[in-house]
Design a protein around this ligand. Sequence first.
Ligand code: HEC
Length: 157
Amino acid sequence: MNQQEKYFEAVAQIRKLMLRLIVVFLIMIAVIVHSLLAPDVFVLGNSPHEEPYAWVEEAMDDRIENGIHVRTGFVSDTGLMTVVANCTNCHSAKLVTQNRMSKERWRATIRWMQETQNLWDLGDKEAIILEYLASNYAPIQKGRRQNLEKIEWYVLE
Ligand code: HEC
């Protein structure tokens, strides 16, 4: 290879390198422009059109629909918000609403949580809560099998 051939070789190499750089540069420009136009694309788990702090509004949403407090599923009645404020902190409201008890048993459940689960003293709120629970989550008598009556027992031999 003479001097001149070496020179052209070098020029060709440089041109190739430049072309590659330009391609990389164009890709970078495209990525930057894209991220400016759609800033959320690169944020994982964050959908682009979600309102910021939507979860705050959701947490404070106290809509009542068909007599049901939508956020918790509690029946809407006197004392609802006292119950929501004191009975949904540690467990789901479902744990409460899936139970049906007499006032005495609700009181006993609250005592049990106070003695073993760090439930706080409910003070004068307790009467409101018990009244709410006993009137909206009382045992359903009809759901149980009726007592057997007029049965003719026979003696096993
Ligand atoms: C300080 C936390 C805390 C608060 C506040 C609280 N609970 Fe509980 N509660 C618990 C824990 C812990 C359990 C047991 C959960 C489990 O077994 O998974 C429980 C269980 C229950 C159960 C199920 C009991 C059973 O025998 O299965 C009911 C019903 C209940 N809570 C009702 C209430 C009511 C009504 C209130 C409001 C007065 C309330 N909870 C507030 C901690 C709490």
